[in-house]
Write a new protein. Sequence first.
Length: 270
Amino acid sequence: MAVSKEQKYLYNEKVRAYKSQAEDLKKEIATVKGAGRRNPKVDPYFQVKAGILGIQRANTLVQMSRLSQQIQNIKNDTYLNDARKELSSRMTDLLKVVGDDLDGTLTENLERLEGLGEMTPAQKLHLMVGFRDAVENVRHAMGETSKWRWNFPDMYMKLVTLARNLLDFKRFERTKDPNDENYRPLQEYMRFLMEESQRAAQEYRSKYELSTNEVTDLQQIEKIFEMQKKIFTFTGQKDELKKATIALDNNKEKIEALMAEKKAGKKKKS
């Protein structure tokens, strides 16, 4: 159905303020990132600020698409993809601060975390939840049939890696007193990390089963389960450790079977 002049006019009137806000946020992000480059010692905090602004910009872009949907019955994929790219870029920049390795020991990045030493567990949790909610916002607006649908497992993986490497595990270990102001935020943060890691694994499983059938997706799941094993060993959660170990072993068996199948296929061709 064609969009009427009245619909176009109403949409342009409604979206103007959001467009201005999105542009202002884009400029502010560039300014903040520039300030970080000029001040390397406090650059990690500038990257956090850019991350917060990026979340705000992504949510604004989603709202702009929703307005188009509501008024013109047209979903604006350009705005939504810009929102997806904004979130991905901001998480990538923060991973450069805290590290992008999911395979290392839980405490090997403590030196990196010194650059964000003034950031409280509650602030870190708030940032992670903000990213998670914004990613969900974009995904929901795009829909399950979007051409970018299978980019989201990587988005969730980025979020999990960032959450894992932003957490000071030694601080978590020594914060045992429920009356400590950081106790609850740290417990909630750990719960967030484990829930999001499970979500990321399920996303890759769906991608494998419904789209790619590529072993690389299962290998990503393996990384997640390996991380879960380390964390459950660290926290002494024996039942959860057992579940993660079984899930990891099953996933490894699937990978080995696929690799053997591919190898057999190549031999037949030769």
